[in-house]
Design a protein around this ligand. Structure first.
Ligand code: SAH
Length: 310
């Protein structure tokens, strides 16, 4: 077994020691498929220094358990990004080469969603959350949406976004509003957006703020509108990054939070083609209405029964 494996991702890096390997090996695929389901938040986690937490509650109590700790959590999060260069390489944690497969994967995902949910719309609006320098808007959203608003708490990123998007905007496709604000303080205008895109930034929000953000943001969706959440996925539990104060959650952790938000997974897809040493990345399309189930009428059930050929 290798002694030290470097695990990193756009925005998150940590070194995997033998303790981590032991910890991860506790969750075998067989165990995860077990019928006795453990609540994801009750599963332990790690930080980037190798410290183990019993569960998410213990970690959150320590990191953001009172108003001054919580204030520190967000100050350090934004503070980290304030020291990062306003470039594609900067917002992708030194992995500029991830931009291309990321945009391709997102485009394929978005394309099907738009044709299913808005086949005949002639005006679409999106919100790019934690937009950074406007990478996602510039390479993807601005081509599909007539208006895109950007939300980003780090002012030098938002200035770069304004600059970058000036050249790509046209009368029919433009970046309209630039909100310099963190997600946990933002409430969108009611019914403004067809899609709210949240990529590589939700790890900065505590669980409580995650839930209250999505609950407020739901009102910002048009009928039929949806969220796209694209994020790094931990294999189990969570991983806390002590440097940029963010957490990487597991798929089941996310699913528990979606349930708390009253959101349904309309579609989800794994991002392909990223360097192996990075965290897995998943895209979720989330709706407020529950996905339609196929109700078999009697005649359909009958029609599907094997028949005896007479
Ligand atoms: N989504 C962009 C940027 C990813 S980098 C892209 O994919 O290119 C992570 C971004 O999250 C940074 O721009 C950072 O400033 C932003 N961020 C950090 N804390 C945040 C918060 N509390 N609310 C919203 N965005 C935040």
């Amino acid at each position: 077994m290798r002694e030290n494996v470097l695990f990193s991702s756009p925005s998150y890096k940590f070194t995997l020691t033998p303790t981590h390997i032991y910890f991860f090996s506790l969750q075998t695929p067989k165990l995860r498929r077990s019928r006795v389901r453990t609540k994801a938040m009750e599963v332990g986690g790690l930080d980037s220094k190798g410290r183990e937490f019993k569960n998410a509650e213990e970690m959150w109590r320590e990191q953001a358990g009172d108003p001054s700790k919580k204030c520190d959590w967000y100050k350090h999060g934004v503070g980290y990004w304030e020291g990062v260069e306003a470039s594609v390489n900067g917002v992708l944690g030194g992995y500029a080469q991830v931009n291309e497969p990321d945009v391709e994967g997102s485009e394929a995902f978005l394309n099907t969603l738009l044709s299913e949910r808005f086949p005949n719309s002639d005006h679409l609006a999106a919100l790019d959350c934690g937009s950074g320098i406007g990478r996602v808007t510039k390479n993807l959203l601005i081509r599909y949406f007539n208006e895109v608003d950007l939300l980003e708490p780090v002012s030098h990123f938002l200035d770069a976004a304004r600059e970058n998007l000036g050249h790509t905007s046209s009368d029919k496709h433009k970046a309209t509003n630039f909100f310099c604000m963190p997600l946990q303080e933002f409430t969108p205008d009611a019914g403004r957006y067809d899609v709210i895109w949240v990529q590589w930034c939700i790890g900065h929000l505590t669980d409580d703020d995650f839930v209250s953000f999505f609950n407020r943001a739901k009102a910002g969706l048009k009928p039929g509108g949806f969220f796209v959440l694209k994020e790094n996925i931990a294999r189990t539990g969570f991983v806390l990054d002590n440097e940029d104060r963010s957490i990487t959650r597991s798929d089941s952790y996310f699913r528990e939070l979606f349930q708390k938000c009253g959101l349904h997974i309309y579609q989800s897809k794994d991002q392909k083609g990223l360097p192996e040493e990075l965290f897995a990345v998943k895209m979720y399309a989330l709706t407020t209405d529950s996905p339609k189930r196929v109700h078999w009428t009697r005649s359909k059930v009958k029609a599907n029964m094997p028949r005896i050929i007479k």
